[in-house]
Design a binder for this molecule. Structure first.
Ligand code: TRP
Length: 329
């Protein structure tokens, strides 16, 4: 069976943007691939090193969001990055032949450095794509379902794998990225990206009352003052959400909006009922798994399986790099 590796930074609970960009695909693919889900706590610390306690608290939340979304912990291995030492080991080795200029030109690094106001980047932040390559390659993964902002990191990973194989011999597959049809979800405020730090997100764990408040205050087409004014669905947040959660009715909604025969409030109410179809079962599963010790057990089992896969890879790597000095003893 081919393998999938993907995951999230535990900087907060997961939202609809995560769901549409990657979570939905993971759930769909878990029966066709052996799936590993990383809770990337060390990567989160490359931007939040001053507040490690906040990251620790979210490890549990993110794991819960994954099982709530429908990942079956019997089949998939959900694990904590910092508890798989082979990832740290590979990060050091991959750094031997990955140049600083390759990392400095990574567009996602550039965007995030600007967003966080890093003028003088730390070694750890600049190097996190190398560490992400280790996340993906420690289990010799074949496929990486991600949002489009992650594509530059998968490119680094493909370079790292290819170059390793050229230098030392064939150990790693060159993993492919899989981007979903809707790979980015616009925020409630109309901002290009739904994100926790922008405060424009609907969380998977939000209850219907909170969702109602958020949807009702979401930005629509500012040119529509009266219900009968013709709308411009392509610039409307709610229309974008219909595309992601109510595909079947999209042609009809587009037509009615453009003609001014459906008002924004009715359109929002319709969306909320469709969101509930997705979110109600997620909320129920979350409650089932949110019992003392249960998610910890799931993470412990997943981490054990990840360490086993990592050890298999490391023995191939040590052989290839001639660092298995005392093998015979
Ligand atoms: N960089 C990803 C994000 O910010 C999280 C992540 C860490 C990841 N390691 C990964 C994603 C490996 C895919 C594969 O969301």
């Amino acid at each position: 069976m081919e393998r999938i590796l993907t995951g999230d930074r535990p900087t907060g609970p997961l939202h609809l943007g995560h769901f549409v960009g990657s979570l939905r695909n993971r759930v769909k693919l878990q029966n066709q691939y052996e799936t590993f889900i990383i809770v990337a706590d060390i990567q989160a610390l490359t931007t939040h090193w001053e507040t490690p306690e906040l990251i620790g608290a979210n490890v549990r939340e993110v794991a819960l969001d994954n099982v709530a979304a429908g990942l079956d912990p019997e089949k998939t291995s959900i694990f904590v990055q910092s508890m798989v030492p082979q990832i740290a080991e590979l990060t050091v080795l991959f750094g031997l032949y990955t140049t600083v200029s390759r990392l400095k030109h990574n567009p996602t690094i550039k965007t995030e450095a600007k967003q966080y106001g890093f003028t003088d980047m730390t070694y750890g932040f600049l190097g996190y794509p190398v560490s992400q390559a280790a996340d993906i390659l420690f289990c010799r993964s074949d496929l990486v379902p991600v949002g489009e902002d992650q594509l530059p990191h998968v490119e680094v990973t493909r370079f790292v794998a290819r170059r390793f194989n050229e230098l030392y011999g064939d150990v790693f597959p060159e993993p492919k990225a899989m981007v979903s049809e809707i790979s980015r979800l616009i925020g409630l405020d109309g901002n290009a990206k739904m994100s926790k730090s922008l405060g424009n997100a609907i969380y998977l764990k939000d209850d219907p009352k909170v969702i109602k408040k958020k949807v009702m205050s979401a930005v629509t087409d500012p040119a529509r003052i009266h219900k009968t004014d013709p709308g411009h669905p392509d610039i409307c947040t709610i229309y974008a959400y219909h595309k992601a959660f109510n595909a079947a009715e999209v042609p009809e909604i587009e037509e009615c909006c453009k003609k001014g025969t459906i008002g924004c409030v009715a359109c929002k109410k319709n969306l909320m009922s469709k969101l509930e179809i997705t979110l109600a079962p997620i909320r129920e599963r979350r409650a089932e798994y949110d019992k003392p010790g249960l998610i910890e057990d799931i993470l412990m089992n997943g981490t054990e399986r990840a360490v086993k896969a990592g050890e298999e890879t490391m023995s191939m790597v040590r052989e290839a790099m001639h660092t298995n000095y005392w093998k015979e003893r």
